[in-house]
Each structure stands twice: as C-alpha cells, then as structure tokens.
Design a protein around this ligand. Structure first.
Ligand SMILES: [Zn+2]
Length: 80
C-alpha cells in the first residue's frame, strides 16, 4: 500500500548527481538509511539538513519520500 505507485521511469533516470529514493532500511545500530536508485545509500542523519526527523520513524513518513529526487553525495564524489 505504501510503495505501490513507485514510477519506474524515475528509477531508471539519467545518471546525474540527483538520485531517487527507492527504499529505506536500518543499519545494525538502528539508524535509518535511504536506498537510492543509483545504488548508493545514505544515512538520513548524517547531513545537517537531515538530522533525525520524526518522519523517518514512521512507515507513512518514509513512504512519503519514496520516489523523491535526492542529491547523492556519492555520485557527486564520482563514486560508482
Ligand atoms: Zn549515488
């Protein structure tokens, strides 16, 4: 119900510094990690604008981010 409308064309996209949020997971410490369409992941809490927010703690909050464009630091750095 929460992720049934993920538009495939946004996942494919062009390779840029912008990626798309496709999923979330938690690491061993319980911190939330965004999984991006480019294959990279980023902790929600590691960037100053992204300090832990209540939205990430709820399924509804996380679902609201799936499919959104996100700058990917790893892509910016040229990692592949
Ligand atoms: Zn990336």
């Amino acid at each position: 119900m929460h992720r049934g409308h993920l538009p495939a064309e946004m996942i494919v996209g062009e390779r840029r510094m912008e990626s798309v949020v496709v999923d979330f997971r938690q690491d061993e410490a319980g911190d939330w990690i965004m999984r991006l369409a480019c294959g990279h992941e980023r902790h929600v809490r590691h960037d100053p604008p992204w300090t832990v927010r209540e939205w990430v703690l709820t399924p509804e909050g996380r679902a609201a981010w799936i499919g959104r464009s996100m700058p990917c630091p790893a892509c910016v750095a040229g990692a592949d």
